[in-house]
Design a protein around this ligand. Sequence first.
Ligand code: NDP
Length: 333
Amino acid sequence: MKAQQIVLASRPEGLPTAAHFKQNSVELPAIQAGQFLVKNLWMSVDPYMRGRMIDRKSYIAPFVIGEALEGGAIGEVIESQHPDFPVGSKVSSMLGWRSHYISDGSDHTVLPNIPLSESHFLGVLGMPGMTAWTGLTRIAELKAGETLFVSAASGAVGSVACQLGKLMGATVVASVGSDEKAAHLNALGIDKVINYKTCDDISAALGQAAPQGIDVYFENVGGEHLTAALDNMNDHGRIAVCGMISQYNDTAPTPGPSNLANIIIKKLKIEGFIVFEHWDHYGEYAQQMGQWLATGQVQAEQTIYQGLDNAPSAFIGLFEGKNKGKMVVKLTD
Ligand code: NDP
């Protein structure tokens, strides 16, 4: 059978465009003993994929020009000669950006049945949700009564970080790029929300939103957001550095914040992290998040693009603020 796939056509400079992606088809052979055939149902697009389009050493290997892109995906086993992956199993893999593929089971997990769409294993019950939890509990060690600031707060990681912040007893201040996103977070009970695109000065807006100061900053954006957080951090504050999406498409090095001396003056602790180094805690996270979802204490929002053809647009949309909650692509009708 033929599988459709999206390959990296060329390495982008600045914001990627459709021209950096190409769709082609590959012939898949018949499966052999110990193998199974997967039809992908859902795939994830994530900001970190932008880093993999650059040919440089990082915590994960760069994508190869002319080869299929990779990323989180949920698929269904449609043919099998593998006892652990019978036909009908729903599996998670890192083999997104393609319609079908053959596997021997390595790096595949059979998903449990949940009363929600399995796509949530790409979001709140998967890597982004686990990232929010890791940053708050294991990196910043947020405590009840503290004030938390979250940037890119209506996205996959940010929206979970905001809601977990409330569940952990914090006052939560958030930054987003539209009034609609701000209203959505307010409706979820987030205390104060800044629209960074319409405020003149993020630092001043943050100071007004959190006159008591910030104890923990969950950093997703970098640049002016980091400067604003440093201005408003309380003594012994902690910054969990998760991402810096404002810089991923930069074509020249971004100048650093001019107020780094606050790290000393305020005795701050700043720690970067990559969620996969904490994956041994996933079981604990998933069990707890499953309960929060079941009781409605956490709401899981998704933005869904339809069809493999639209996967590049969904990915580019992350840098244009097109998503509320987790951006996913539905690969079936
Ligand atoms: P999101 O779902 O948050 O999507 C990206 C969002 O970022 C957009 O919707 C947009 O929202 C906002 N954004 C885009 N460009 C800018 C900009 N220039 N300035 C400010 N905001 C911008 O993505 P994720 O939740 O998946 O990822 C959030 C961050 O977490 C990223 O930096 C990502 O790299 C990082 N990450 C890190 C991990 C780790 O292990 N360290 C794991 C997973 C994610 P808006 O409309 O509000 O601008």
